[in-house]
Design a protein around this ligand. Structure first.
Ligand code: HEM
Length: 450
C-alpha cells in the first residue's frame, strides 16, 4: 500500500481558537466538532452549513475490487490529512446501496456479515432492503439503485466543491493549495448525481430570497430550515451510537463485535416542499402540524422544547386525532423512534424512556431536482426542497416510521383531512433509496478484503 503523507497537525499550523485535532469516531454518522446553541433554553445542534451528496455506480469489475478498496481508503485518508475532520474542514460519509452488495461481492460473504433485522422475534431479512413507494408518494417516484453515496459537509462550500473535483474529475492536483497524490478516484465511479444544499441560521431565507422563490418572504428571520422550525434539537436527534445496527437489542442480530457494528441503515430521498401553501397557514396551524395541536408557543418560537417532559406516545397521538382532528409531524412518529421504557444498550449505557434512536441529517435545497443527474436533464428553475438523510438501526424500522408519516390508517379512522396529517400534504417525494452506512473502519468498499 502506498504511504499517505503524514497528517497535518492543524493546531501547530494555525492557532484559531476553535481548531483542535479530533479522534475520529467509530461511526461515520457522529459529527466531530458540531457545536450547540441555546435557543431560549432549548439546546440545538448546529450542523455544518453546506452539504453535497454524490451518488455513483461502481465503474470497475469485481476482480479489481480489492485494489479499488485500497485506493479509495488512501484517497479519503489524504483528504482528511488536508481538511480537519470538523465543520470548518470537511466531514465525509460513504454509504453503499444494495446493488453494491449484490453485484460486487460473493453472496455468502455478504450473507455472513450483513445484519439481519429482527422481525417477529427472529433475525429475518437483511437490515438493508430496497426502498418502497409509500402510500402518499407520487406514482412516478424514482426508487434508485445507486451503488455508492458520498455525503460531504462543511461550513465552507468551497471545501466541498474542491473535494468533489479532486475525487471525481480528472486532472485536479491540489486541495486547499496543497498538492495531492492519491485523491483522484474518478476512474472508479460513474457519478449519477450531485445534490447540494444548506441549512442553518437564516441561510434558507437568504437563499430562497436571492433565488426569488415564492413564499421566501414568509420564512421567519433566523430560521434554520425553509419550513421555519428547527429540526436539529439535541432532544430530537439520536445521540452517540444509538442508530447503529447493534446498539439496541431487538433491532438486528448485530453485536458490538460484528463487522458492521457502528454501521446503520441510511435513507436518502429528495422532497419538494410547497412553501407558498405552507405559509398560507397561520403560525399556530404550522406549529400544530409540525409538533402537535397541544403546543401553545407563539410565532417567535422556532425551536419549541423537545425535552423528555414533552415527549408524546401513541395514546397522545390518538387523542390529538380524536380531540383536535390534527396530528403533528413529530408526534406521528415518536412512538416508533423513542424508547418506550428505560433500556440498557449493548454497550452498557443506561437510557431513559423517551430517548430518541433515529438520526436525521437532512438539509434544504433549491435544486430541481439535483445539480447534476446522469439520467435526465435538470431544470435551472429553483424549487424549494429537502435532501432527506435519516439513519435508523434497520431499513425495516425506517419503513415503519415513514409509513406512519403518511398515517393512512389513522387518517381514515378519525376522518382527518389531508391538510391535517402532519405536513405530508405540502411535500412531494421524487427519489428514494436505502443504503448501508458502514462504520468508519469499513467505509471503503466494505467486505472487499474478505
Ligand atoms: C420536508 C421534510 C422534513 C422537514 C422540514 C422536517 C422537519 C422536522 C422538524 C422541524 C421536526 C421537529 C424537531 C425535532 O423533533 O427535532 C421533525 C421531527 C421528526 N422528523 Fe422530520 N422533517 C421532514 C421530513 C421527515 C422525514 C421524511 C422523516 C422520516 C420518516 C422525518 C422524521 C422525523 C422524526 C422521526 C421526527 C421526530 C423526532 C423526535 O422524536 O423528536 N422527518 N422533523
Amino acid at each position: 500500500m502506498k504511504a499517505v503523507r503524514a497528517p497535518i497537525n492543524w493546531v501547530e499550523v494555525v492557532d484559531y481558537a476553535k481548531r483542535y485535532n479530533v479522534q475520529p469516531p467509530k461511526t461515520q454518522y457522529e459529527l466531530p466538532g458540531v457545536t450547540l446553541e441555546d435557543h431560549n433554553g432549548v439546546p440545538v445542534a448546529v450542523p455544518p452549513a453546506w452539504h453535497a451528496v454524490v451518488t455513483a455506480k461502481v465503474a470497475f469489475t469485481p476482480a479489481t475490487l480489492r485494489s479499488a478498496q485500497r485506493r479509495l481508503a488512501r484517497a479519503l485518508a489524504e483528504v482528511e490529512s488536508i481538511f480537519p475532520l470538523q465543520p470548518n474542514g470537511l466531514l465525509t460519509q460513504i454509504a453503499y446501496g444494495l446493488s453494491y452488495f449484490e453485484h460486487y461481492l460473493p453472496r455468502d460473504v455478504v450473507g455472513q456479515h450483513m445484519p439481519k433485522a429482527i422481525e417477529d422475534g427472529q433475525p429475518a431479512r437483511w437490515a438493508i432492503i430496497d426502498a418502497i413507494r409509500f402510500p402518499k408518494d407520487p406514482e412516478n417516484i424514482i426508487l434508485e439503485q445507486n451503488d455508492v453515496c458520498f455525503h460531504f459537509k462543511s461550513d465552507y462550500q468551497d471545501n466541498i466543491s474542491a473535494v468533489i473535483r479532486a475525487l471525481f474529475y480528472p486532472g485536479e492536483k491540489f486541495l486547499n493549495g496543497i498538492p495531492v497524490e492519491s485523491v483522484n478516484v474518478a476512474d472508479l465511479f460513474r457519478v449519477t448525481s450531485i445534490r447540494r444544499g444548506f441549512l442553518g441560521k437564516n441561510l434558507p431565507k437568504i437563499m430562497a430570497t436571492r433565488h426569488r422563490i415564492p413564499g421566501a418572504d414568509r420564512i421567519p428571520d433566523g430560521a434554520m430550515l425553509f419550513m421555519g422550525f428547527t429540526s436539529s434539537h439535541v432532544h430530537g436527534l439520536a445521540q452517540g451510537n444509538l442508530p447503529s445496527f447493534e446498539t439496541l437489542a431487538g433491532c438486528t442480530d448485530a453485536t458490538p463485535s460484528s463487522y458492521f457494528a457502528g454501521g446503520t441503515a441510511m435513507h436518502l430521498s429528495h422532497i419538494l416542499v410547497d412553501l407558498e401553501r405552507w405559509y398560507r397557514l397561520d403560525p399556530g396551524e404550522r406549529l400544530h402540524r409540525m409538533f402537535n395541536p397541544r403546543r401553545r408557543e407563539g410565532p417567535e418560537v422556532l425551536s419549541p422544547s423537545q425535552a423528555p417532559d414533552t415527549v408524546t406516545f401513541k395514546d397522545e397521538l390518538e387523542q390529538d386525532a380524536r380531540s383536535y382532528n390534527v396530528v403533528g409531524h413529530n408526534a406521528q412518529m415518536r412512538h416508533l423512534i423513542r424508547l418506550e421504557k428505560d433500556t440498557t444498550t449493548a454497550y452498557g449505557e443506561r437510557l431513559a424512556r423517551g430517548t430518541v434512536i433515529f438520526l436525521r441529517q437532512d438539509f434544504d435545497t433549491i435544486e430541481n431536482p439535483f445539480e447534476y443527474w446522469s439520467d435526465r436533464p435538470v431544470s435551472s428553475v429553483p424549487r424549494p426542497g429537502v435532501h432527506f438523510v435519516g439513519m435508523a438501526p434497520s431499513a425495516q424500522l425506517f419503513e415503519r416510521v415513514r409509513r406512519e408519516m403518511d398515517s393512512v390508517e389513522l387518517q381514515q379512522r378519525y376522518g382527518l383531512t389531508d391538510e391535517n396529517v402532519g405536513f405530508t400534504k405540502f411535500l412531494v417525494t421524487t427519489h428514494r433509496q436505502n443504503f448501508l452506512l458502514p462504520p468508519r473502519a469499513h467505509r471503503s468498499f466494505p467486505l472487499a478484503e474478505l
